[in-house]
Unconditional design. Structure first.
Length: 345
């Protein structure tokens, strides 16, 4: 590992790394501005999901009636905000894991709706494909949710999420600008790490996904039995994370951007730790401010809560609209078949 660790030079913690207090202050300020609105942002999203469940979204008086039974990704975007907020404030909330589990279930249903919409657009609305890929799949969040699900210790969910992400990639569902121009290397690393773990997922990534020496070293040696041997590269990865926490501009993009992003949450490190745990390998303790409690070690695996009534309604409608098709397209077997470079759904 000595030669490998030479690829992992420390760059130190960024002087511009936002503090937890700064992030929380920005989040609270935006939440307060929403509370002054007639309906909160969360309530608007909940109402939108309810309209889908009750089919009110298809009423003729709607601005754009859902006449084609399109699935909706509202639960995905709603859960993404809630999950990031919970993670940013976890050090202040003893119940953060319970809340994380609740909203992770919303995300799981929402990301399925998003994936099926891409499939529907390409294979049902335009069966000849005609180069009309919808390309509306949020790959950045999808990769980050691997880390969130691994924090919860939901092994089956991590497996499903990783294959779904690779199926989206290999079917060209991902957002074009996000994938081709923003170059989110930490997220690419997380998906490549998943592929290394399962062994049969694959994707031909653009060159940027391979140009970070720290990640290349970790991908090569993440299964090493000696946890101490990984420490130099893991600390270098923590340093890199702090330098990748910032606001995007028109020309510069950060892996962890905006107030709701994961600038102080080591999702890529915790994913690696959980995969090592599932491989029966010990993990090191890292002396780095990014790994401050509650992220200094993996929590015990959390129970998976049942879907609430609203999410059950989403699943029920989707299966009524697309009997057999919805379940088949989103089955793990179908996703696995499309998670290699050889095939598409």
């Amino acid at each position: 590992m000595a030669k490998v660790n030479a690829q992992c030079d420390r760059i130190g913690v960024s002087s511009k790394w936002p503090s937890r207090e700064t992030i929380i202050k920005k989040i609270r300020k935006l939440e307060e501005s929403w509370q002054r609105m007639p309906r909160s942002s969360m309530q608007i999203d909940i109402d939108s999901i309810s309209d889908y469940v009750t089919r009110a979204d298809a009423l003729p008086e709607r601005e754009i009636p859902n006449k084609v039974n399109a699935t909706k990704n509202t639960a995905e975007s709603l859960a993404g905000v809630q999950l990031r907020t919970i993670l940013a404030t976890a050090h202040l909330d003893d119940a953060w894991l319970d809340k994380l589990a609740k909203w992770a279930r919303y995300y799981e249903i929402g990301v399925r709706q998003s994936f099926f919409w891409s499939y529907w657009f390409d294979n049902i609305l335009t069966p000849s494909r005609s180069n009309r890929n919808w390309r509306n799949f949020d790959l950045k969040t999808c990769a980050e949710m691997l880390g969130v699900l691994s924090i919860l210790g939901w092994k089956d969910a991590v497996i499903y999420q990783g294959y779904l992400a690779h199926a989206a990639l290999n079917n060209t569902y991902q957002l074009k600008l996000q994938y081709e121009s923003e170059h989110r290397r930490a997220q690419a690393f997380m998906l490549r790490l998943f592929a290394s773990w399962v062994g049969d997922a694959d994707h031909a990534w653009p060159a940027y996904a391979y140009d970070e020496p720290i990640y290349e070293a970790l991908l090569q040696h993440w299964r090493t039995p000696d946890p101490a041997a990984l420490v130099p590269c893991l600390l270098a990865a923590c340093d890199r994370h702090t330098h990748q926490a910032g606001r995007d501009t028109l020309t510069k993009f950060y892996d962890f951007s905006t107030e709701w992003d994961l600038g102080r949450v080591p999702v890529e490190i915790l994913l690696l730790f959980r995969l090592r745990e599932w491989e029966g390998l010990a993990n090191p303790l890292l002396d780095h401010p990014l790994m401050a409690a509650p992220y200094h070690q993996l929590p015990a695996p959390q129970p998976v809560p049942p879907l609430d009534e609203l999410m059950q309604g989403v699943v029920k409608r989707a299966n009524e609209d697309w009997p057999g098709v919805y379940e088949e397209v989103l089955s793990l077997a179908s996703l696995k078949a499309s998670a290699t470079q050889k095939g598409r759904i």
